[in-house]
Design a protein around this ligand. Structure first.
Ligand code: HEM
Length: 410
């Protein structure tokens, strides 16, 4: 029988409660203090609440993002996938996040060859130019939305440049990407799932034609490099490239944009901390680690238990069960962090769990860190007196945590 503390903490953790979605941290703290692992009936998952256990679970090879490489749906006690969302499944088929070894190892190693540190560092000058251009145009307005007018166009421009996709396509890509990520919310509707599937279909078609163009006229972009990437003579197939490009485009901007929004919101709500970045006593690159820890843009990641013997926080978790690791909770765990609810830009501790860990560790983490460093450096130097003009609201979503807008004045 669960204790009364656990029952109270779970009943306070209602993912449809707008107050919890606006500020999940008090409910997360109650969960975390009640128990390291808690059964959550609405999503049929074991919630993992503490830093040490999330850190270990990410590295535990007895669990996987997928089970389909080992079991049929029937063997795993899961329903057959809904045929209405077939297009969505196809766009995920070869996506790194849906794969486990050996396919994951093969595809990740091919992508890493095209996604080198040199190709990332070479983007810095154009990131700086994009940030300066967007801030110059924001300066002409009385107020601007830090997300729609800065973070979003900036981040999409960076990922398009990395991939070699024309900037003129940005609007279509954004629309597809926003529709697609709705599939990952715990409380999505059928209309959202249909929208996500339709977007996946259109996105795949777009990437296919881009691949054809890259074959006939290769350029310096990542897609052209993926087309020619080879490892001991094995090339990526077109289906593998399509799924890879889509995951890079989706994973490559949404979380970065939300980190900017959540992070600048935290900075502007703590004016002394903002000043420390403005006056250079704390470098933007150092502050970025605290922005990531304090209000993570991705709050929950799941794993299936594939093998016997998994015990988390003293709780045995059977094969076929699913765990949900609460990153935002882990990043505020007082067992790991001194005064975790304090926002301190000089903390300089990169051991937060924001980019995951183990074999699925975010391949774009170095790019995201550089992007955030450049964007924040440009922002503080252009607008040292920036302040918020309207109380921001978070989207009604738990997994992908971001603001609807962040209206600011210079
Ligand atoms: C602040 C920004 C970002 C955050 C917070 C973030 C977070 C994450 C996390 C938590 C994972 C691991 C998921 C898991 O273990 O289940 C991941 C994986 C991944 N990320 Fe990121 N990411 C960010 C930016 C990027 C960027 C800029 C790119 C691409 C350019 C990218 C591409 C990927 C890819 C391809 C994977 C899958 C890796 C694999 O499965 O081997 N991410 N990301």
């Amino acid at each position: 029988m669960p204790s009364q503390t656990v029952i109270d903490a779970v009943s306070g953790f209602d993912l449809t409660d707008p107050a919890v979605l606006q500020d999940p941290y008090p409910a997360l703290a109650a969960l975390r203090e009640a128990a390291p692992v808690i059964w959550y009936e609405p999503s049929h998952q074991w919630l993992v609440t503490r830093h040490r256990d999330v850190h270990a679970a990410l590295r535990d090879r007895r669990m996987g993002r997928s089970y389909e490489h080992r079991y049929t749906h029937a063997e795993f006690g899961r329903p057959e996938p809904d045929p209405r969302w077939d297009a969505f499944r196809r766009h995920e088929r070869w996506n790194l996040l849906s794969l486990e070894p050996p396919d994951h190892t093969r595809i990740r190693s091919l992508i890493s060859r095209a996604f080198t540190p040199v190709s990332i560092t070479s983007l810095r000058p154009s990131m700086e130019a994009t940030a300066a251009r967007l801030l110059a145009s924001a300066r002409e307005r009385d107020t601007f939305d830090l997300l729609a007018d800065y973070a979003q166009p900036y981040s999409v421009a960076v990922i398009c440049e990395l991939l070699g996709i024309p900037a003129s396509e940005q609007h279509r890509l954004l629309k597809w990407s926003h529709d697609i990520v709705k599939m990952y919310e715990l409380t999505g509707s059928d209309a959202q799932r249909a929208g996500a599937s339709q977007a996946a279909e259109e996105f795949m078609e777009f990437v296919r034609s881009h691949i054809t163009r890259c074959r006939s006229q290769p350029d310096d972009g990542l897609v052209s490099r993926l087309v020619t990437a080879h490892d001991d003579g094995h090339q990526l197939t077109d289906d593998e490239i399509v799924c890879t490009v889509i995951v890079l485009l989706n994973a490559g901007h949404e979380a970065t944009v939300n980190t900017m929004g959540n992070g600048v919101n935290a900075l502007l709500s703590h004016p002394d901390e903002w000043r420390r970045v403005v006056n250079g006593s704390v470098r933007a690159a150092t502050a970025v680690e605290e922005l990531l820890r304090f209000d993570a843009p991705l709050q929950l990641f799941e794993r299936w238990v594939l093998d016997e013997g998994v015990v988390i926080g003293g709780q045995a978790i059977p094969v076929g069960a699913e765990i949900a690791m609460l990153f935002g909770s882990a990043n505020r765990d007082p067992r790991k962090w001194e005064r975790p609810d304090e926002f301190r830009v000089d903390r300089g501790d990169a051991s937060h769990i924001v980019f995951g860990g183990g074999i699925h560790f975010c391949i774009g983490a170095p790019l995201a860190r550089m992007e955030l460093d450049v964007a924040l450096t440009a922002l503080v130097s252009t607008f040292p007196n920036l302040h918020v003009v309207a109380k921001p609201q978070f989207h009604d979503a738990f997994v992908i945590r971001g603001l609807t807008a962040l209206e600011v004045r210079a």
